[in-house]
Write a protein that binds this ligand. Structure first.
Ligand code: BG6
Length: 460
């Protein structure tokens, strides 16, 4: 069967400064540096956000490789702590020159940049002021966003406010996998709320500047499936859906907070502090389009045991996760491979959000010990990854056939990268990166992706 995609489809990838640039250059310190300083043993192989693949110095070689893998676009992030060490004030001259050189290189190679302002880490000085729990930090983010728009907005026409904003409250305030490693549902809700306001204010700033581009955000609104249609399972899935899907989606795309989520927060004493003008700000600043990240579904069932009233309140106080029996797994992560969910996610956008314009902003397969698949010419033959892409893309294609507005597919991530507490364990790249030698080389999937992009589709 032939899978042809609409004209001008974006075939690309996503990356982040935190995971590629390397920090032993001139940037300021971030929450991730601090986390590593305080708990190095929590990082796989004791490897923190140090030199990494050093995109900072190798960007020309890396961008040339992206071109070889056929990418016509890339979501790329600015490091706030590099551009404005300390988080507030004037942009650093060297950093501005660096980002301009990088943009030049992308332009030379015909790769369009989707520029992201925030991918998980924050200048540590701002975290010390309370991070996104503080409205002053919200204002600092808006200033930073304005600075970026003013500096690069004539050249960059697609701006992203946040990558997966929910990860900041989840990682930092619920599940202890990001700094400041707090576990407090109410504080997590406040952080999420303030990030929504920060986002909406940044959208307003962008529009004021009239730069003629578009602004979006990237959400990981992974579909949530109940174990059964039994009322209790359905209710459990509903709560998970409100927390993990509707929380950011509704304000960003509809301009309003989800009423059922508000009820749930009120009933559980979790309402955040708000300011009178917030509602209006959210209402007036709907994004132009949305990026969707998808890796695996969340499968949810009713809680089987009564929750101890003294236990810490978490989203999981209201539901349990369960594993699909016989699930197909992503080898290193234990993540379920379930391609149909990418279709379900696109159909949710079509059916419940008035076919809001969107694209797949991350989807990929992280694999451990890929060197085992190296052929005699030294190339990694990652047929499993090609298969993964094909299966997911056939569902993206189906959604488009059925009217989805999806206009692109960005895989995670073109070059193997360092990944927070997982170091280089899960390799996602079309391009292999060797920690030992620093070499990069195309995998089989890199050649396949190039064909995919050239042919605007694939045969299967
Ligand atoms: C995405 C993030 O949700 O998951 C990336 O945006 C991250 O930053 C990716 O790298 C995969 O997770 P991991 O831990 O396997 O690298």
């Amino acid at each position: 069967m032939k899978y042809l995609f609409p004209e001008n489809f974006y075939w690309g990838g996503a990356s982040s400064a935190l995971q590629t640039e390397g920090s032993d250059t001139s940037r300021g310190k971030t929450t991730m540096d601090k986390f590593f300083e305080e708990a190095p043993t929590r990082f796989y192989n004791g490897m923190g956000p140090g030199k990494l693949s050093n995109f900072y110095e190798n960007y020309a070689e890396d961008i040339a490789l992206l071109k070889k893998a056929g990418l016509n676009s890339l979501r790329f992030s600015i490091s706030w702590a590099r551009l404005i060490p300390g988080g507030r004030g004037e942009a650093d001259r060297e950093a501005v020159e660096y980002y301009n050189r990088v943009i030049d290189e992308f332009e030379k190679n015909g790769i369009e940049l989707f520029m992201n302002l925030h991918h998980f880490d924050l200048p540590i000085e701002l975290q010390n002021e309370g991070g996104f729990e503080s409205r002053d930090v919200v204002e600092a983010y808006v200033e930073y966003a304005r600075t970026c728009f003013q500096l690069f907005g004539k050249r960059i026409k697609k701006w992203c406010t946040f990558n997966e904003p929910i990860v900041t409250p989840e990682g930092g305030y619920l599940y202890d996998f990001h700094y400041p490693n707090v576990v407090d549902f109410k504080r997590a809700v406040q952080v999420a709320y303030n990030m929504i306001i920060a986002h909406s204010k940044a959208v307003a700033e962008y529009r004021k500047l009239n730069l003629g581009g578009e602004i979006f955000t990237v959400l990981n609104i992974t579909p949530i499936y109940p174990r059964s249609s039994n009322e209790k399972d359905m209710k459990a899935a509903k709560i998970a859906d409100l927390i993990f899907v509707r929380s950011f989606l509704d304000p960003f795309v509809k301009g309003e907070f989800n009423e059922e989520l508000k009820e749930f927060l009120k009933d559980n004493g979790l309402m955040p502090e708000t300011q009178p003008q917030d509602k209006e700000i959210v209402k007036n600043n709907i994004i132009d389009f949305l990026g969707l990240n998808y890796y695996q579904p969340r499968r949810v069932k009713a809680k089987e045991h009564i929750v101890n009233p003294d236990s810490v309140l978490l989203p999981e106080s209201f539901f349990d996760y369960y594993d699909m029996q016989g699930k197909k797994m992503n080898t290193s992560r234990g993540w379920e491979i379930y391609p149909k969910a990418i279709y379900d996610m696109l159909m949710t956008m079509k059916n419940e959000y008035n076919n809001f314009r969107c694209f797949i902003a991350e989807n990929g397969m992280g694999v451990q010990d890929e060197h085992k698949f190296r052929n005699k010419n030294g190339v990694i033959e990652d047929d499993y990854r090609i298969q993964f892409f094909k299966e997911h893309l056939s569902y993206v294609h189906k959604a488009i056939q059925e009217g989805s507005s999806c206009f692109g597919y960005h895989m995670w991530t073109p070059i193997d990268n360092w990944s927070m507490i997982n170091e280089y364990k899960n390799r996602y790249g079309l391009i292999e990166f060797s920690i030992e030698s620093g070499n990069r080389q195309l995998k089989k999937s890199g050649l396949w992706f190039n064909e995919l992009s050239k042919n605007n589709g694939f045969d299967d």
